[in-house]
Ligand binder design. Structure first.
Ligand code: DX5
Ligand code: ZN
Length: 216
C-alpha cells in the first residue's frame, strides 16, 4: 500500500513559516490545522495564513478544519488552493452536500472523526469522500500521546474500504512518531500526520525519511 507523510505546521515556528516550509522537501503534503477556539479549545490560524502557506510551498495542502460551521467556511479553503479539505462530521450540518461542493471544485473531501465518534454510522458515507481522518488524539493541540484505542476504528474502516473497493485514504492524526507509526500502519492507515515529531527535531526532513523508512 502506498503511504503518505504529512507534516503539520502547527508545531512549526509561525514567525518563520516560509523557511519552515522549505525544511520538509520529502513530505507528501503539508497538513494545515485550522482551529477556531470553539470546536476545539485552541486558536491556530485561518485564511490569511492559509494563503501565506500556499504562496510559500509547492507541496499539496492537506487542510484540517477544526472549526464550527464548516459548511460556511470550507469552500474558501478550497478556493485558496487546498488539495484536500477535511471537516469534522460532529460540526457539519450537511456533510454530503459539503463534500459534493468541495469535489465540484476539484478538491478532495475528507471526513474527520473525533476520538469519541464511532466510525460505523459513517461508513456508508465514504463513497462521497476521498479521505477519512481518524483523530488519534483529542483535537486541539500538538504534542499529545497517541491513542492506541483508536486502532479498532482504523481496522473497521480499512475492512470496509477494502471490501467495497473504495479509493478512500485513511489518515491518522495525533501522536504519530517513529514508535507509533507502525501500529497505525498495521491497523490500516495510509496517511500519517506528524507535527511535533517533525518540527521539534533539529532536522525535520530526516524525521520524514525515518518515518517513511519505518513503513518500508
Ligand atoms: C491536533 C492536530 C494535529 C497536530 C498533530 O489537533 O489536528 O494535526 O498538529 O500534532 P502531533 O503530531 O504533535 O500530535
Ligand atoms: Zn490535524
Amino acid at each position: 500500500m502506498k503511504t503518505f507523510i504529512h507534516p503539520s505546521i502547527l508545531s512549526a515556528d509561525f514567525a518563520r513559516l516560509g523557511e519552515e516550509l522549505q525544511r520538509i522537501p520529502d513530505a507528501d503534503a503539508v497538513h494545515v490545522d485550522v482551529m477556531d477556539n470553539h470546536f476545539v479549545p485552541n486558536l491556530s490560524f485561518g485564511m490569511p495564513i492559509m494563503e501565506a502557506v500556499k504562496a510559500n510551498t509547492d507541496l499539496p495542502l492537506d487542510v484540517h478544519l477544526m472549526i464550527e460551521d464548516p459548511d460556511r467556511w470550507a469552500l474558501q479553503y478550497a478556493d485558496a488552493g487546498a488539495d484536500t479539505v477535511s471537516f469534522h462530521v460532529e460540526a457539519a450540518q450537511a456533510p454530503i452536500r459539503l463534500a459534493r461542493e468541495l469535489r465540484d471544485r476539484g478538491v478532495k473531501a475528507g471526513l474527520a472523526l473525533r476520538p469519541a465518534t464511532p466510525v460505523e454510522p459513517y461508513l456508508e458515507l465514504l463513497p462521497e469522500f476521498d479521505m477519512l481522518l481518524i483523530m488519534t488524539v483529542e483535537p486541539g493541540f500538538g504534542g499529545q500521546s497517541f491513542l492506541d484505542v483508536m486502532m479498532p476504528k482504523v481496522r473497521t474502516a480499512r475492512e470496509y474500504i477494502d471490501a467495497e473497493q473504495l479509493p478512500v485514504r485513511i489518515e491518522v492524526d495525533g501522536g504519530i512518531n517513529a514508535a507509533t507509526i507502525g501500529t497505525a500502519f498495521k491497523a490500516g492507515a495510509d496517511v500519517f500526520v506528524a507535527g511535533s515529531a517533525v518540527y521539534s527535531a533539529a532536522e525535520p526532513n530526516q524525521v520524514i525519511k525515518d518515518l517513511q523508512a519505518a513503513l518500508s
